[in-house]
Design a protein around this ligand. Structure first.
Ligand SMILES: Nc1ncnc2c1ncn2[C@@H]1O[C@H](COP(=O)(O)OP(=O)(O)O)[C@@H](O)[C@H]1O
Ligand SMILES: [Mg+2]
Length: 528
């Protein structure tokens, strides 16, 4: 069928022109109009072909194809009407040229398609479909991929392993392990990192759904990829903030516990010093009275012996001698004379011990001491041993191997607390027949104090936790888990460090290293 003169025919357009917006098959293949597609110089067939091409493009959403407007026949009229329609459609459609809504007869489906295309292209997500075989080959990717990832949809579709190849290697295992779930559950959602063209990994939320046909056979997988990088970064920042806050809370709790503990130790120190002071007075006068008593007893015994001799000399009064002899026997004088000296000596020894304990209490407490002073650490250790004696006296002996150490600038009462904690821990670790070895020495301008035991030892897996506040392996009531953390802080404050070496079943050795001349509160030493 040839359309020689479109203009001179009937007013009803040819059925071929209205059934489809494509050149009718009866027309010979039309070359693209070489010139004057607007109609100038073109044959009717050429102009009709141009008209069909423009309508075909319009169906695809492109309203810019040239129309054969030059001429005076009905084809020109149709072209002009179409031009009007195209203009309206272009005016109605937003920016994207692909979204023009066709109007006119039979355009419902096209209309729907255009709307979907518009939505797909303009939704913030990347919409895609892939084969339902689980190998991730994409069959369609929306234009948004270019904006979000800087990839052309074509390149994503062409490369069958594009999707897998661009997932962050760390996220691949999680996706692989649950990918087949889509076939059992019908849908799936992941969050993973996807490499954009510039090499950055963007966090994506991928929401997939399996599409099946009426028989239930999987046809394809459709999904949407949303860039959630900002949310992830925010979450990360929030998480970090939360962790920082938790650390701060822990630190506050520890500080509070340590304050309470040092407050307690200070009260104990004060109590000890108070008791020491109170006992000091009576012990003082009892001690001096005892000394006098020993003299008096000696004198009295001498007196009795003198009388006895004198009475023996009075031979004319034998009954007197008999009577004093009876009295002496009744009083068990010989035993009494011997024993009283022993009693007085024992009492004086006991008093000396009480005096030593009182002195130790005073030394231990160093009450009111806030100044850094040079102190003899051996005296501190000795006074601490006296106070702690009760802890270990039935199960361990103390072996001292003191070296020659110079006085150390320190807060002596606090260092005594450290020695106390270490000695009490050593004694807790010992069941029986223990030996607590205390050695001291110097190196350069430092002194070291080593407190070792042959007790239970510390298991390697908890060795790095023993300095943590509240870490204890002891039953409630026996351990607070604060001894070592406080000791660590005190030694730290002195610019020193604590080291520990332990063998399970063999024993433990704590070594405190201190600078001899610490200038006030110290800079932090590295944690052991
Ligand atoms: N000499 C030691 N021998 C064996 N274990 C020890 C020794 N010193 C400390 N430990 C371990 O370290 C933990 C923490 O000690 P510490 O902070 O003094 O708290 P506490 O003595 O109240 O448990 C103890 O519970 C114990 O498990
Ligand atoms: Mg302890």
């Amino acid at each position: 069928m040839q359309f020689e003169d479109f203009g001179s025919g009937s007013a009803t357009p040819s059925p071929a022109a209205t059934t489809a917006f494509a050149p009718p098959t009866a027309l010979p293949p039309q070359p693209a109009p070489a010139s004057g597609v607007d109609g100038a110089g073109a044959t009717t067939n050429e102009r009709f072909a141009a008209l069909c091409a423009a309508v075909g493009a319009a169906i695809k959403g492109d309203f810019t194809a040239p129309l054969p407007l030059q001429g005076h026949d009905r084809l020109t009229l149709l072209a002009k009407q179409l031009e009007l329609l195209f203009k309206r459609a272009q005016a109605a459609a937003p920016a994207s040229s692909t979204t023009a809504l066709p109007t006119g007869a039979g355009a419902d489906l096209t209309h729907e398609n255009a709307r979907l295309r518009y939505l797909i292209a303009n939704t913030p997500a990347i919409i895609y479909s892939s084969v339902p075989t689980g190998d991730g080959k994409m069959t369609f990717v929306s234009d948004n991929a270019l904006r979000v990832l800087d990839y052309k949809p074509e390149e994503m579709v062409t490369d069958p392993s594009f999707w897998f190849d661009h997932i962050h290697p760390d996220d691949v295992p999680t996706i692989f392990s649950s990918f087949t779930k889509i076939f059992t559950e019908g849908q799936q959602a992941y969050e993973y990192r996807f490499r954009a063209r510039d090499g950055r990994y963007l966090w994506m939320h991928d929401s997939l759904r399996l599409i099946r046909d009426a028989d239930g056979t999987p046809i394809e997988v459709v999904g949407s990829l949303t860039n959630i990088t900002d949310r992830k970064l925010m979450e990360e920042a929030l998480h970090k903030k939360g962790e920082e806050q938790q650390l701060l809370i822990n630190e506050l709790q520890q500080t509070q516990a340590q304050l309470l503990q040092s407050e307690k130790m200070a009260s104990i120190g004060q109590l000890a010093a108070g008791i020491a002071h109170e006992i000091n007075n009576p012990i003082g006068f009892v001690n001096s009275n005892m000394g006098a008593l020993r003299g008096y007893v000696d004198t009295l015994c001498e007196l009795v012996d003198g009388f006895d001799e004198a009475v023996g000399a009075l031979s004319q009064h034998p009954e007197l001698k008999a009577s004093t002899g009876k009295l002496k026997k009744k009083a068990d004088y010989e035993f009494l004379k011997e024993d009283v000296a022993g009693l007085v000596k024992e009492s004086l020894d006991g008093l000396k011990r009480v005096k030593d304990i009182v002195q130790s209490l005073k030394d231990f407490a160093h009450i009111g001491e806030t100044d850094w002073q040079f102190a003899d650490l051996h005296a501190g250790i000795d006074s601490t041993l006296t106070i702690a004696n009760n802890e270990f006296k039935f199960k361990a002996v103390v072996k001292k191997e003191y070296g020659a150490i110079p006085p150390v600038k320190c807060l002596a009462s606090q260092l005594n607390q450290v020695f106390m904690n270490l000695i009490v821990n050593a004694s807790h670790a010992i069941k029986e027949n223990g030996v607590i070895t205390i050695r001291t020495g110097t190196h350069d301008n430092w002194v070291w104090i080593e407190i070792g035991d042959n007790g239970s030892g510390i298991a390697p897996d908890i060795l790095n936790r023993i300095f943590e506040p509240f870490f204890t392996t002891k039953p409630v009531g026996k351990g607070t888990g604060l001894g070592l953390s406080m000791s660590y802080n005190i030694v730290n404050k002195h610019g020193g460090r604590i080291e520990v070496a332990s063998d399970v079943g063999v024993g433990t050795r704590f070594t405190v290293h201190l600078p001899v001349n610490q200038q006030g509160p110290a800079t932090a030493a590295p944690k052991p």
